[in-house]
Write a protein that binds this ligand. Structure first.
Ligand SMILES: [Cu+2]
Length: 170
């Protein structure tokens, strides 16, 4: 009886060890990768070719994180913008780079920093997911952005403030 049971217990033990080992290893390898949260892309009306994307980037590493560009297989052009008011006029500054100090968090949100998705050739469907790549000094980071309804409540009463409108000049 014991002889029959032993190999399977032994195998289970081996599998557990292998699992623990691979988990431990992946944590070692990925411990410093930036953490991305609150990602979303605004669905846009038919006919418009621009929309905005938002996300929060947490640089948990001990090195500065510099985002040097953003790309996607499905979006022709993605720029890093910041909504600003100049002489009472809402406008957007383009950033070539975004730097996040070690241990710091950067929020791209309504009315501030955002990703500008431009020259859209096909509409981004509500409920779909857009894959984008952040190019950084710490390597490429793949991010899946859920496409959501514009003007969705976020609980701080700021929706649509400074939201890039398709008619806005770039
Ligand atoms: Cu913009």
């Amino acid at each position: 009886m014991l002889n029959l049971a032993t190999p399977s217990i032994f195998m289970k033990l081996l599998q557990s060890l292998a699992l623990i080992y691979s988990l431990g290893l992946s944590q070692l390898v990925f411990a410093d990768l930036p953490m991305i949260s609150d990602m979303k892309v605004m669905a846009h009306p038919p006919g418009s070719t621009v929309t905005a994307g938002f996300l929060t980037i947490n640089n948990i590493s001990t090195e500065p994180l510099v985002i040097t560009g953003v790309s996607s297989d499905t979006v022709t052009r993605i720029e890093m913008h910041e909504s600003v008011i100049k002489d009472d006029v809402a406008t957007m500054d383009k950033h070539d780079e975004l730097s996040i100090a070690a241990g710091e968090k950067m929020e791209l949100k309504h009315g501030g920093l955002h990703l500008m998705l431009m020259d859209l050739e096909s509409p981004l469907m509500l409920g779909s997911t857009l894959a984008i790549t952040l190019h950084t000094n710490q390597g490429d980071i793949e991010v899946k952005m859920p496409v959501v309804k514009p003007g969705m409540k976020h609980g701080h009463g700021e929706e649509n403030v400074g939201t890039p409108e398709p008619s806005m000049k770039h």
